[in-house]
Design a binder for this molecule. Sequence first.
Ligand SMILES: NC(=O)c1ccc[n+]([C@@H]2O[C@H](COP(=O)([O-])OP(=O)(O)OC[C@H]3O[C@@H](n4cnc5c(N)ncnc54)[C@H](O)[C@@H]3O)[C@@H](O)[C@H]2O)c1
Length: 261
Amino acid sequence: MSLSLVDADTDAPGGERRVVVITAAGAGIGRETALRFAAQGAALVLNDVDEVALRAVADDIKTLGADVVTWAGDIGDPAVPGQLVGAAVDAFGRIDVLHNNAGFARNSLVADLTDHDWYAQQRVVLDAVVFGTRAALPHIIASGGGCIVNTASISGLAGRSGMSAYSACKAAVIRFTEVTALENARHGVRCVAVAPGAVRTAVLDRYLASIGSTAEEFAGNILGRLTEPGEVADVVVWLASDQAAAITGVTIPVNQTANRS
Ligand SMILES: NC(=O)c1ccc[n+]([C@@H]2O[C@H](COP(=O)([O-])OP(=O)(O)OC[C@H]3O[C@@H](n4cnc5c(N)ncnc54)[C@H](O)[C@@H]3O)[C@@H](O)[C@H]2O)c1
């Protein structure tokens, strides 16, 4: 069973408003996604490790007239995904959409990759997706079905030098997305991923400055420019809508990397 086509963007089956859980919602893609869902009338349950940023986005969402609950914490802590899901169910009694969005990259050559850096990235990029999905699935199913959208990366579609841990974990997210979709279609749950190219965020701006590169040089994609966080958020919101009811188990590149002339 898929989401009701009548209640296309704002409502869950039965006419209730959708409840949307988003990790790393304090900035970048997660923040833009939260604002878009709020503008559609969804209730939001937001996580971020940065309490100040989380409070700021929650205030913006309240200004839009939407209900919002925040759960501050490191989503890479194995206890936090379950706590976040619990907070959503306690507050709103249901979950319709989960956006597993948190992730970060720490550059190093394979030969220099430390145990600490490997596990730090694995916990946030991969484990949080697995534990969040596992915790949310029964609630999404109980709500009559819904959608899980994972933020992967073009670095998960093709390996990127200096990003072994990040690339490996994002590739695992893409496979995990497929398996989640296969196992849960019969329960009305779709699972999809977005794979952004380089997105314009504060972190990337600082990184480009540190390596002396421009955004255009770094982008290296067909459009020849960075992706705006809102452009990724638009795809996430669409994938979670009934307009994408026939799409599951796939990863959608957003501003792909290959530069062909
Ligand atoms: N920026 C890019 O170029 C790019 C490209 C492809 C994929 N991605 C992926 O997009 C997703 C979002 O990235 P972004 O660039 O929008 O984010 P960002 O770097 O702008 O950070 C967004 C938020 O994540 C929060 N955060 C970081 N670690 C966290 C943790 N352990 N627990 C909870 N919150 C945490 C930060 O506090 C911040 O508010 C990530 O999965 C990232 O890997 C980003």
